[in-house]
Write a protein that binds this ligand. Structure first.
Ligand SMILES: Cc1cc2nc3c(=O)[nH]c(=O)nc-3n(C[C@H](O)[C@H](O)[C@H](O)COP(=O)(O)O)c2cc1C
Length: 170
């Protein structure tokens, strides 16, 4: 069964709530397994064991948190170059509009691309009414619209990993 891992960092709970909504979205698709981990619980080997990864971070000075950066830096010797063709996506929570959500998404997506992940966002032609072009974002605690974007991100990931795993069986 295809498997999705959600790794997030969160201190005051905003990104955690987003992560839980992303998890719900993955669960909307039958036949896909999902695991949710705070970055403190994640291990480099995890990257090898999942078909898709969704990474969530608060905007810290407009970039991902040091814990997430450390996790990916320390995972290089285990997973870099070995996750080619797996799927990646991102979500981010900031304190203010213009506080760097998109910059934070790019910082995550850049790392995922560097590792070899195929990354995606949610252009609004595929998700009408939801603005999550480069990944799901929220200013402060995610309200219903932002929660919906998180669920859509998770659901889209589940659909992609399912498609890819079907291709592998052929
Ligand atoms: C060290 C630090 C740096 C931050 N930098 C930014 C920033 O650059 N832009 C911004 O909008 N908010 C910034 N914030 C606010 C957080 O991104 C925001 O409160 C976020 O929703 C916290 O997520 P969490 O509840 O998951 O911890 C910063 C907060 C901290 C503690």
């Amino acid at each position: 069964m295809p498997k999705v891992l959600i790794i997030y960092d969160s201190v005051s709970g905003n990104t955690k709530k987003m992560a839980e909504e992303v998890e719900k979205g993955v669960k909307e698709v039958e036949g896909v397994e999902v695991t949710l981990k705070h970055v403190d619980e994640a291990k480099p080997e995890d990257l090898l064991n999942y078909d898709g990864i969704i990474v969530g971070s608060p905007a810290y000075c407009g970039t991902l948190t040091w814990k997430l950066k450390k996790f990916f830096d320390e995972s290089v010797s285990i997973a870099w170059g070995k996750v080619k063709g797996k799927i990646g996506a991102a979500f981010s929570s900031s304190g203010g509009l213009g506080g760097g959500n998109e910059a934070t998404l790019y910082s995550i997506l850049t790392i995922l691309m560097n590792y070899g992940y195929l990354v995606f966002g949610l252009p609004d032609y595929s998700a009408p009414g939801v603005t999550a072009h480069y990944g799901a974002v929220s200013v402060g605690y995610p309200k219903e619209a932002e929660q919906k974007a998180c669920r859509l991100l998770g659901k889209q990931m589940a659909e992609y990993v399912k498609m890819i795993s079907c291709g592998k069986e052929k």
